[in-house]
Design a binder for this molecule. Sequence first.
Ligand code: NOJ
Length: 565
Amino acid sequence: MDERRWWKESVFYQIYPQSFCDANGDGTGDIAGIISKLDYLAELGIDALWISPVFPSPGYDNGYDISDYEGIAPQYGTMADFEQLLSEAHARGLKVVLDLVVNHTSSEHPWFKAAISGKASRERAYYIWRDPAPGGGPPNNWGALFGGPAWSLDEGSGQYYLHLFSPQQPDLNWENAALRKELYAMMRRWLDKGIDGFRMDVISLIAKPEDFSSGTPCPSGYFDPRGRIAANPKLHVHLREMRKEGLRGSGVLALGEASATTLDSARLLTNPNGSELDMVFQFEHMDLDGGETFKWTDRQIPLPELKKVLFKWQTGMEGRGWNALFWNNHDQPRMISRLGYGEQWREASAKMLATCLHMLKGTPFIYQGDELGMTNMCFTSPEQLKDSESRNAYARYVGDGSIKEADMLHYISLKGRDTARTPMQWSAGAGAGFTAGVPWMPLNPNFRHVNAQEQLHRVDSVLAFYRRLITLRRKHDVIVYGACVPYAAEHPGIFAYTRVLGEQALLVCCNFSAESVHFAPPDGFMQAHTRLLLSSYPQSAYMQAAVLAPYEAVVLLNAPDEKEE
Ligand code: NOJ
């Protein structure tokens, strides 16, 4: 069996602070708001919080452009507020994991300001500089993820600096030992405050390869260098050093956002001896509904492909690494909407998707609002868009006439990052209980019926279902440590698998369709000791007739030695 670790046995909850809860009525979530909801989170049963960045930032990328690693942005509160959050979370048994954004800083970070003050500055080498191409212009054809080239000109020196995201997010040069030392010291200062770990933003991209040559362009006209960067073996050298010096060994959690990573690389990153990271988010399943125009299409993720990719990661990581499991986060649309499930099936599909994810092997992450069955926002005007990725894409594709305005708004509502960043829906009252002021981002109008207050005491609510699901993880080792074995992998509408740990076995069957489906269990799951551990419906016909209702998920348990409670 894999070695027991707290973060394997935990369910995490991601807080996007700007949209979680606003205590002071300025329209933006804050730390006091998070504190006010800790009881809600503890009752949900989660074990740990991942809090997206709360550091000072000019906000070009909603906090993922940090201008001071040591402080708290005034919009969120003060360091005293943060310390109170930490101690109150700990008092409720909740661990706290902070975002560590060290692939890049903000262009307003003092290091970058010093770096552009002149070539002789000490911090110049903290960033990545190249001379213009021989005929002028950027040094190569690499593209930035939020549009345009990955290079911007520093007019003072005539050199270009690298930014894989936006020009306001210059990439750090991890080859520089003095920089690494500063980063590790900063990490240790946060650990000294008592945090339980870091979620490491695009950590797979920190080690830039020696090969800075141009590559084959995508339809965007630029080369996407992420695959080449993530494959640089130097990444593992840096991470091993960071583990020792920044994290002081293996006690705290290192959760990596592994953009563009391969299975082989993820096995190294999360190898069980803990020398690099503990677990990674991979994105292969999130890239299944893209097309020629990047994610801006209405293509849906085909279930057979989704299963294929997730099963590859389940079986490929077995005994060799650890997956972080997610359907949504602040960069991804809400899965219910992404798969096209309408209001009629919203609650049923929310419960089914939750079951499917939480029963896979790995550590499940709930993104705020998943536990209520929150859905995508429908944007009706480009003025409503906040995220630079969507705004740039809108300007580009609508600007050059390749996508019609209404279609682009539809695609952004389906796939953009703003669509899951709408404020948390606490109640049907003014401001959805999120704010007493004017929310920084439009509320999803469905807050009037999709909200926490309505679900708190309803026994068949999505929220109540999440509580049951989370409780099960504590009771059954097989949910945490059992190996995942795909079942009926070719079935077009059912996502099914078993989990096996010694004598214990689970069967998980999830109906991804709006039809009732007869779906026979594998041999061994209709024994006297087989019981229905969970169904997402109040009454299930599965044990009697092997029929799954529309969007039903069932979990069967074979545990010969276990007594039924
Ligand atoms: C990944 C983060 O999740 C995303 O929100 C951000 O824009 C990029 N990294 C750049 O920091």
